[in-house]
Design a protein around this ligand. Structure first.
Ligand SMILES: Cc1cc2nc3c(=O)[nH]c(=O)nc-3n(C[C@H](O)[C@H](O)[C@H](O)COP(=O)(O)O)c2cc1C
Length: 151
């Protein structure tokens, strides 16, 4: 497999753990998508902020930067499902790099809904070849291998 970047956004650590597992199993470079704005500590308050971001089509600023993005042919992008799709920070991240010619593997954690509209929304925002979003709840090493090496 070509060189892999595992980029992730995670508020409470669940997606971070999945990203770390993917990076370890598939020997990828780990990258955290860090927003300039700080989200509220409480779940309930974050739910409201996340909804407002969606309704207002916000593009939260990202303060972390991928070094030498061109070296990666394959990019896994992880996130918690927020309101049945990816958080707006993922759309900000997608807008900052040129994904043309790259393969994109979205993965998500969630509280029960599954990925929902994540794949469609990422495809609309990304010029790369976007695969179906992996449900990474309870991710195992074997599931990582099946997912990334299925083609
Ligand atoms: C703003 C917000 C919206 C959410 N919306 C959904 C949702 O639509 N469906 C769902 O199953 N879980 C939803 N959740 C739960 C998160 O997806 C879940 O807790 C996730 O695993 C957290 O990942 P993290 O620890 O990496 O932040 C939401 C959580 C937040 C904070």
């Amino acid at each position: 497999m070509s060189k892999l970047l595992v980029a992730y956004f995670s508020k409470t650590g669940t997606t971070k753990a999945a990203a770390e597992k993917i990076a370890r199993v598939a020997d990828g470079d780990l990258f955290e998508i860090v927003t300039e704005k700080k989200y509220p500590a409480s779940y309930a308050a974050t739910v409201i902020v996340g909804k407002k971001e969606q309704l207002m089509h916000e593009m939260p600023a990202i303060v972390s930067k991928v070094e030498n993005f061109d070296q990666y042919d394959t990019i896994a992008i992880g996130f918690p499902v927020w309101w049945f799709t990816c958080p707006r920070a993922i759309l900000s991240f997608l807008s900052q790099y040129d994904f043309a010619g790259k393969t994109v593997w979205p993965f998500c954690t969630h509280g029960g809904s599954g990925p929902k509209h994540s794949t469609d929304d990422i495809r609309k925002a990304c010029s790369g070849d976007v695969k179906d979003c992996l449900d990474a709840n309870g991710l195992t090493d074997d599931a990582v291998r099946r997912w990334l090496y299925s083609e």
